[in-house]
Write a protein that binds this ligand. Structure first.
Ligand code: NAD
Length: 300
């Protein structure tokens, strides 16, 4: 298939590379010259605008940082909409506000084309392996049509519901993972203060009600889980900044829906503070490094 691919960053590049490996012909566009050079290196052709990428292809894929980038890549001058022929399918794989997905989808549909949201989970290593989890919002027929292309990039591909639902599933998952990272970090800092061996505590929790995927796979304390980012100086994984962004999207969605959220905003602020203290590009489990005890002399 001829695919226009827009946004060739940390995730986009390995995803694009897997499409090329599966025999698709990819024309790439990114604002950054270095990203375009990377795309050509893994076998794509390059082009000069999102509109041109859309014009020259049967299918458009976008993997962009956040809502405003997606709006601009689709709707601004030189954007996807300008080049999109009627009937074409657009797949946005960025993590963004579900209401922005719906707005962009409406604009695409007004153009006579189709749009699904398909955010991903699994980070760069699974983007490289082609084993991302992909949660899809959109029409069932569009999902079926996209499935072969999505399966070049992912292993677990789930149709969640109408447009925007993929983003909702992604935000809900990351709300839980982000909160869990802060909770596990707080627990292990308390245990450390009491001199409890973190390895023994891990054994206890892993067989108790506090066990979480985050502790099993992304343990914030270095040296306890070999493959965890904490054992590699918190190399991501999934960065603190991206997790703070996703928690922010969840909090915004809750506000629009008038759903009370108590722990998600607190976790988001802990991650923001970790970021402003230099941990933004580290894995989000590095929030543990930020949550250190104050000096013994501090009044309580
Ligand atoms: P990134 O910042 O590495 O890459 C984004 C790319 O988009 C950059 O190359 C940038 O130049 C380009 N870009 C921005 N605006 C553009 C525009 N208008 N037109 C063309 N190109 C434009 O980001 P990433 O880490 O690849 O993340 C992409 C998306 O995937 C985000 O929404 C993120 O939340 C999500 N995600 C990331 C990870 C991860 O581990 N990095 C995991 C799951 C989901």
């Amino acid at each position: 298939m001829k695919i226009g691919f827009i946004g060739i960053g940390a995730m986009g590049q390995p995803m694009l590379a897997n499409l090329v490996k599966k025999g698709h012909s990819v024309v790439a566009y990114d604002l950054a010259e270095a990203a375009l050079v990377g795309a050509v290196r893994v076998g794509a052709a390059r082009t000069g605008s999102a509109a041109a990428a859309a014009r020259d292809s049967e299918l458009v894929i976008t993997v962009l940082p956040s809502s405003s980038h997606v709006e601009s890549a689709y709707l601004a001058a030189g954007g996807v909409l300008e080049g999109l022929a009627a009937g074409r399918l657009c797949i946005d794989m960025s993590t963004i506000d579900p209401s922005v997905s719906r707005r962009v989808a409406e604009a695409v549909v007004r153009r006579g084309a189709r749009f699904i949201d398909a955010p991903v989970s699994g980070g760069v290593p699974r983007a490289v392996d082609g084993t991302l989890a992909i949660m899809v919002g959109g029409d069932a027929r569009d999902f079926e049509e996209a499935h072969p292309v999505l399966s070049a990039m992912g292993a677990n591909i789930i149709h969640v519901g109408p447009v925007g639902s993929g983003e909702v599933a992604k935000l809900c998952n990351n709300l839980i993972a982000g909160v869990a990272a802060v909770a596990v970090s707080e627990a292990f800092r308390i245990a450390e203060g009491f001199g409890v061996d973190p390895k023994v505590l891990t054994d206890v929790i892993s067989k108790s009600s506090g066990n979480t995927w985050v502790m099993e796979h992304m343990h914030p304390v270095p040296g306890l889980v070999g493959k965890a980012p904490s054992s590699r100086d918190y190399a991501p994984g999934f960065t603190t900044d991206l997790m703070a962004k996703d928690l922010g999207l969840a909090v915004n969605a809750a506000r629009e829906l008038r759903v009370p959220v108590v722990v998600a905003p607190a976790a988001q602020q802990a991650l923001r503070l970790a970021s402003s203290h230099g941990l933004g590009r580290k894995d989000f489990s590095s929030v543990y490094m930020f949550l250190r005890a104050s000096s013994r002399e501090a009044p309580v």
